[in-house]
Design a protein around this ligand. Structure first.
Ligand SMILES: *Cc1c(COP(=O)(O)O)cnc(C)c1O
Length: 393
């Protein structure tokens, strides 16, 4: 079955739901059982890891459907949903570490994941070392006897460096370390992380899975080997997603295979147009043949989403950049991405990176290309460049 067909058909159970095509929202805490014998059986089935409805926090037919589609789509064993992408990142890490461990995390990791490592994880006695995003096989030299996890994100947040995931996973596994990856950019459609050696794949479902900028949701998908630790640690933390958010995630999945190709196509069109602008010194988008990560992207990925950055010439002041950004009509100014609408933010990796400082760069703008017509988006950006140049004088 092709992915499009999987997304349209998996996780449906009309017979069990009065003919409803999609599984309806289950709002439940208590699950009543008819007698003590059944209650005992249900809890025993839960112990055997069967997807029974035993308590709201553990899962309902809706959460199981959502999680199973994602696991099936990406090629993992099982999945568990979290209340946000940030919770999914911390949840994946917490499932793989113990006090005294050392973990390796890409310097291009999503900011709040870094914050989690530098604060909570540090307090729990786990040491985080950041590595150069394009270190690839060089990761070998950083592994220590107590390294338990390598955390990847490819392409990286804000700066879009690509990583050789299979090469890094092979080295980590030889060493006995697990590999987690923030696969939000690739989505379960465009990067099949488990066939590239990943043990724990993390998604901010808030982005393309929900797809409409109206809910916070996360998911971690695991291999069979990593599943028990992920499940037990997530359950121990009680960090479950709410039913309405899971419903919006499942609903988003139904159209994801139609939305993503459009985001990809429009993103490449706008990125290509930006490359031709004199004000732009580089466009950071791995699907462009000129990008340093293009060969890896082409080898490992099945597509691209609509998120990328571009760098302006260093001569442009903050005021000129504000003149550009502030009056864009079709690009909202704000964080997050993956919805139907275009967004812009000014990215500032300068003060954040530690393994490979981000310096001697001009202003960095990150765009999310939504489902609007690219002609309109380009006209909006063109007017922005006019304002940029006028303000710069
Ligand atoms: C947004 C994002 C997250 C966090 O997701 P939230 O749902 O906002 O908590 C994690 N990783 C990446 C790469 C993201 O872009």
């Amino acid at each position: 079955m092709k992915d499009e067909t999987k997304l349209a058909t998996l996780g449906r159970d009309p017979e069990g739901h009065h003919g409803a095509v999609n599984i309806p929202v289950y709002r439940a805490s208590t699950i009543l059982q008819p007698d003590l014998k059944t209650l005992k059986e249900v809890y025993a089935a839960r112990e055997r890891d069967e997807q029974v409805t035993s308590y709201g926090r553990i899962g309902t037919p809706l959460t199981y459907a959502f999680e199973n589609i994602l696991a099936e789509l990406e090629g993992g064993y099982r999945a568990i949903s979290f209340p946000s992408g940030a919770a999914a990142c911390s949840g994946a890490i917490l499932s793989a570490v113990k006090a005294g461990d050392h973990i390796l995390v890409t310097d291009s990791v999503y900011g709040p994941t870094r914050h989690f490592c530098d604060t909570v994880l540090k307090r729990l006695g786990v040491e985080t070392e950041y590595f150069r995003p394009t270190i690839n096989a060089g990761i070998k030299d950083l592994l220590r006897p107590n390294t338990s996890l390598v955390f990847l994100e490819s392409p990286g947040s804000l700066t879009f460096e690509m990583q050789d995931v299979p090469a890094m996973a092979e080295i980590a596994h030889k060493h006995g370390a697990k590999v987690a990856m923030d696969n939000t950019w690739g989505t379960p459609l465009y990067f099949k992380s488990f066939s590239h050696g990943v043990d724990l794949s993390v998604h901010a479902a808030t982005k393309y899975i929900v797809g409409h900028s109206d809910a916070m949701l996360g998911v971690v998908i695991a291999t069979k080997e990593s599943w028990p630790m992920l499940r037990d640690s997530a359950r121990a933390l009680g960090n479950n997603a709410g039913p309405d958010e899971v419903f919006l995630g499942l609903r988003g999945l139904r159209t994801m295979a139609v939305r993503l190709p459009r985001h990809m196509e429009s993103g490449i069109t706008v990125a290509d147009w930006l490359r031709g602008r004199a004000e732009v010194t580089s466009v950071l988008h791995p699907a462009l043949p000129q990008d340093p990560g293009h060969a890896i992207w082409k080898r490992d990925f099945l597509g691209a989403c609509g998120l990328f950055s571009f760098e302006l010439d260093r001569k442009y002041s903050d005021d000129a950049v504000a003149a550009f950004v502030d009056h864009l009509e079709l690009f909202g100014i704000g964080y997050s991405w993956g919805g139907f609408e275009s967004l812009v933010t000014v990215a500032k990796p300068h003060g954040i990176r530690s393994a490979e400082p981000w310096r001697d760069h001009g202003p960095l703008l990150r765009l999310h290309i939504g489902l609007e017509a690219t002609e309109d988006l380009i006209a909006d950006l063109k007017a922005g460049f006019d304002r940029l140049n006028k303000a710069q004088g």
